[in-house]
Design a protein around this ligand. Structure first.
Ligand code: ADP
Ligand code: SF4
Length: 679
C-alpha cells in the first residue's frame, strides 16, 4: 500500500551542511552496550535501522581519548586506525541502505572514572567522580595547555571520523560531560577566559565546534548535542544565553532538555513528545535544522512536529530500537504494523549492566549479527506442520506470531477469556498502561494471519492436547507470584503466611484492593513493589514499603526509574523501611529482622503484601513430559516449554523466549557468535 500523502513532509530530504539526509527520520546517538568491543554486532544493528528507513543513523557516544573511558559500560571509540576500520563496518552498512552515518565524539570528564584505562580524567575543575560506581576519585582541573590538548583531540578524532566514512560529526555539549560542565556555572568557577560570564563559559564549546568544522569542512556536517532548560524562563545554567553565542555555528542542532529523567523517562512517568514545548521555544533562536527526541511512536505526532516547524527531523532512540522499520512502515502505509516502544527502559538497563541492549518489544534487537535475526524476516516453515501454543502471555503471543509469520498452521489456546497473560494484569497498575502494547501489537498481527486459529477460554489438559494432534507443542503457561515470602532473602515460608490478612500479589493483580495499614514487603526489587504501593496509597491505605535491600526498587536504578519512583512514593506518603527481611506476621504485627545485625523489629499492619518470587505454572508441562513417549508415537514431533513456565523473568525474557522457540522450530539452536575487536 502506498503511504498516505499526509505524511509526505516526513519523507522530504533535508540539507545538513554539505550532506543531504534522504528523509526526516533520525536515529540519534544511543548507547547499545556494543561499542568498540562488539563492532560487528553494532554495525549489523545500525545497518538494519538504515534498512528500516532511518535517513540518519548514528553511533553511540564515541570516546576520543583513553582518559575518556566509561568501562564497564561500552562506548564506541575513535582513537586509532583499528577504531577506524571497526567503525567502517558501521558506516558501510548504513551507506549501503542510502542513509547518512553520524558519530558522536565524546569526552566524559569527571563522570568517567576511567576504570579500564587508569588515566586521569580532566574537566573544568577538580570534581568528585559522579559515576554509578561512585568511585572515590576526582578529575584534574584543566590548565590552558590541557584545553589546547583537548581541542587537538577533537581535531584528530574528526579526521578519523572522515576516514571512517562518517557524514555527520558531533560535538557533544550536554549530558553532564566536559563541554557541558564548562557551560554550567555550578561547576565552572574558573577565573580565566573560560569562566565567569556566559561568553567565557561557552568559549571552549565554540572553539571545538569551529575546530571540528574546519577539519570536516565540505565533507561532513557538524551536529551539536545541546540541552535547554525544560522551562525556558527557569535557566540557572544560562543555557539559553550560551546558545545565543552558538546559534548559527553548526549544521544541525540535536536538542534535548536538561533533565535526563525527562529526556529518557520511562512511560510510567513521561509520555510521548514530553519535551517538545521546550524545543518549540528554541525554534526562533536559530535558523539551523533541529532534531529532537520525544519517544515518538505516533506518525501523526511526528508529522505535527515537522509541519509546525518545532523541529526539522524526528529524533528517535527507543522507537528505533522497538521498531527499526518504523519509517518504512509509514512509507508503505502499514501503520498498524508499527511496533510501538512501551517505555520500559529495559534497553537502557542492559547498557547500564555493561551488556548489549535488548528490547521488550523487539526480540531481534542485538541479535542481528550474533544470531542473524532480522526484525522483519524469518525463515519460511521447514515443513507443512502444525504448532499448538498453550498460553497467550508475552511468550505464547510472540511464539504464535513468529510461527504464523513462518507459515506454520498455528493454534493458540488460552485458559482465560482475555488474551495477554501477565500483561493484562500488570498494565492495569498505576503508570503501566503502555505495557499493554506488548499484547496489542501481537494480537493485531495474529488477527490478520489466516494460518493462526485462536481459542480463548480454553484451558487445555493432556487429553485435549493429544486430541488436537499437532506436530509441535509449545507450553507457555506462565508463573504465579508466591505469597509465602520465599525469594532472594529467605528460602522458606515466613511464619503466619497463611493468614487471611496476607494478600498475595496475584489477588492484587486480579483487582483486590488492600485496606487499612498495609505493609508491602518487596524482595523482587523491580516495578511491582512501587506500583502496588502507589495503588494501595491511591485507594486510601497507609503504606509502608519494606525491602531487605539497602534501597527500594533497586533494579529500577538500571532503567532510570529509581528517582521518579522514589519521588512518587514520597509524594504519596509511603513510609520506607530498608535492610529488613520478613520473618513473620501475627496479630497485626509484621516481624522484621535487620539483614546486617539480625536485630528484630516490628511494624503494625492490618494487611501484608509479600512480593518475593514466582512459581512456574508447569503442571501441564510436567504431565505432558510424563506422556512424552506415547505422544511421540502418535505423531508429536517436538514438545517444549518457554517463558515464565520454564524460568520466571522479565517480560522481555518471555518475548525473547517465544521468538527464539519460533525461529528455531525445525532447525537446530541458532549459534551465539562472539564478537571480537577486529584488527
Ligand atoms: P509468559 O510471561 O511466560 O508469557 P504469562 O503468565 O504472561 O506467561 O501467560 C501465561 C498464560 O497461559 C496465561 O494467560 C494463562 O491463563 C495461560 N494458561 C495457563 N495454563 C493454561 C492451560 N492449561 N491452557 C491454556 N492456557 C493456559
Ligand atoms: Fe522501548 Fe522498552 Fe524496547 Fe527500550 S526496551 S525500546 S523502552 S520497548
Amino acid at each position: 500500500m502506498p503511504r498516505d500523502s499526509r505524511y509526505d513532509p516526513l519523507f522530504e530530504p533535508i540539507q545538513l551542511g554539505p550532506v543531504t539526509a534522504p528523509n526526516r527520520f533520525y536515529q540519534v546517538p544511543h548507547c547499545s552496550g556494543m561499542g568498540y568491543q562488539r563492532p560487528q554486532m553494532m554495525a549489523a544493528m545500525r545497518g538494519v535501522k538504515a534498512e528500516g528507513g532511518w535517513g540518519v543513523v548514528c553511533t553511540e557516544y564515541c570516546s576520543i581519548h583513553a582518559s575518556s573511558d566509561d568501562s564497564p559500560y561500552q562506548s564506541a571509540s575513535l582513537r586509532d586506525a583499528d577504531d577506524i576500520s571497526n567503525l567502517r563496518l558501521m558506516t558501510d552498512a548504513v551507506h549501503a541502505e542510502g542513509a547518512l552515518a553520524g558519530v558522536e565524539l565524546w569526552y566524559g570528564g569527571f563522570t568517567t572514572p576511567n576504570l579500564y584505562s587508569r588515566e586521569v580524567s580532566m574537566d573544568v575543575a577538580s570534581l568528585a567522580n559522579e559515576s554509578t560506581q561512585g568511585v572515590p576519585v576526582q578529575s584534574q582541573a584543566m590548565t590552558l595547555d590541557d584545553i589546547q590538548a583537548f581541542r587537538q583531540m577533537h581535531r584528530d578524532a574528526a579526521k578519523r571520523a572522515l576516514d571512517a566514512g562518517f557524514d555527520i560529526v558531533y560535538v557533544y555539549g550536554n549530558h553532564g560531560y566536559l563541554l557541558h560542565n564548562f557551560l554550567n556555572p555550578y561547576f565552572n568557577q574558573r577565573d580565566d577566559e573560560y569562566g565567569g560570564v556566559a561568553e567565557n563559559r561557552v568559549r571552549l564549546l565554540r572553539e571545538v565546534i569551529e575546530d571540528v568544522s574546519e577539519i570536516v569542512s565540505g565533507r561532513a556536517a557538524v551536529a551539536v548535542r545541546y540541552s535547554i532548560p525544560p522551562q525556558f524562563d527557569i535557566d540557572p545554567q544560562g543555557l539559553i544565553e550560551c546558545f545565543g553565542y552558538l546559534a548559527e555555528l553548526p549544521d544541525l542542532w540535536d536538542i534535548t532538555v536538561n533533565d535526563y529523567h525527562l529526556e529518557m523517562g520511562s512511560s510510567r512517568f513521561i509520555k510521548e513528545a514530553a519535551n517538545q514545548e521546550a524545543i518549540a521555544g528554541l525554534r526562533a533562536l536559530t535558523g539551523k535544522p533541529i532534531v529532537s527526541v520525544g519517544r515518538f511512536t505516533s506518525p501523526d505526532t511526528m508529522l505535527s512536529q515537522i509541519v509546525s516547524g518545532t523541529q526539522d527531523m524526528i529524533g528517535a532512540a527507543r522507537p528505533s530500537i522497538a521498531d527499526p522499520f518504523l519509517p518504512r512502515k509509514i512509507e508503505q502505509g502499514r501503520l498498524e504494523d508499527i511496533r510501538e516502544c512501551i517505555g520500559c527502559n529495559v534497553c537502557y538497563a542492559h547498557n547500564s549492566l555493561g551488556v548489549p541492549i535488548r528490547c521488550t518489544q523487539n526480540p531481534t534487537m542485538g541479535e542481528e549479527w550474533r544470531r542473524g535475526w532480522h526484525p522483519e524476516r524469518t525463515e519460511a516453515r521447514h515443513a507443512d506442520q502444525s504448532v499448538l501454543v498453550v498460553g497467550s502471555g508475552p511468550a505464547g503471543l510472540e511464539a504464535a506470531c513468529a510461527l504464523g509469520q513462518r507459515g506454520y498452521r498455528v493454534i493458540l489456546a488460552e485458559a482465560e477469556q482475555e488474551l495477554g497473560g501477565r500483561i493484562n494484569r500488570e498494565s492495569r497498575l498505576p503508570g503501566l498502561a503502555e505495557y499493554a502494547r506488548v499484547r496489542d501489537w501481537r494480537l493485531g498481527q495474529l488477527q490478520r494471519m489466516v494460518n493462526v486459529d485462536i481459542y480463548p477460554d480454553n484451558r487445555l489438559d493432556v487429553d485435549a492436547i493429544a486430541e488436537l494432534a499437532c506436530e509441535h507443542v509449545i507450553i507457555a503457561t506462565g508463573a504465579s507470584w508466591r505469597s509465602d515470602g520465599v525469594g532472594r532473602w529467605r528460602n522458606s515460608a515466613f511464619a503466619g503466611c497463611d493468614s487471611d490478612q496476607v494478600i498475595g500479589v496475584e489477588q492484587i493483580l486480579r483487582g483486590k484492593l488492600p485496606e487499612g495499614r498495609v505493609v508491602i514487603y518487596d524482595d523482587d526489587h523491580y516495578y511491582l513493589g512501587s506500583a502496588i504501593a502507589l495503588l494501595a496509597s491511591a485507594s486510601g491505605c497507609q503504606v509502608a514499603l519494606v525491602s531487605p535491600s539497602d534501597s527500594l526498587a533497586e533494579w529500577s536504578h538500571n532503567t532510570e526509574e529509581h528517582r521518579p519512583v522514589m519521588r512518587a512514593l514520597i509524594e504519596a506518603g509511603v513510609e520506607f523501611v530498608t535492610a529488613k527481611g520478613l520473618v513473620g506476621f501475627d496479630l497485626g504485627k509484621v516481624q522484621l529482622e535487620c539483614v546486617y545485625s539480625g536485630q528484630s523489629s516490628q511494624l503494625a499492619a492490618d494487611q501484608l503484601i509479600p512480593i518475593s518470587s514466582r512459581v512456574a505454572d508447569d503442571a501441564l508441562w510436567i504431565a505432558l513430559d510424563q506422556h512424552r513417549s506415547e505422544l511421540l508415537q502418535h505423531g508429536l514431533v517436538s514438545l517444549q516449554r518457554i517463558g515464565d513456565c520454564r524460568a520466571p523473568g522479565i517480560i522481555a525474557a518471555a518475548v525473547y523466549a517465544g521468538h527464539k522457540a519460533a525461529r528455531e522450530l525445525g532447525s537446530r539452536q541458532s549459534e551465539v557468535k562472539r564478537d571480537r575487536v577486529l584488527t
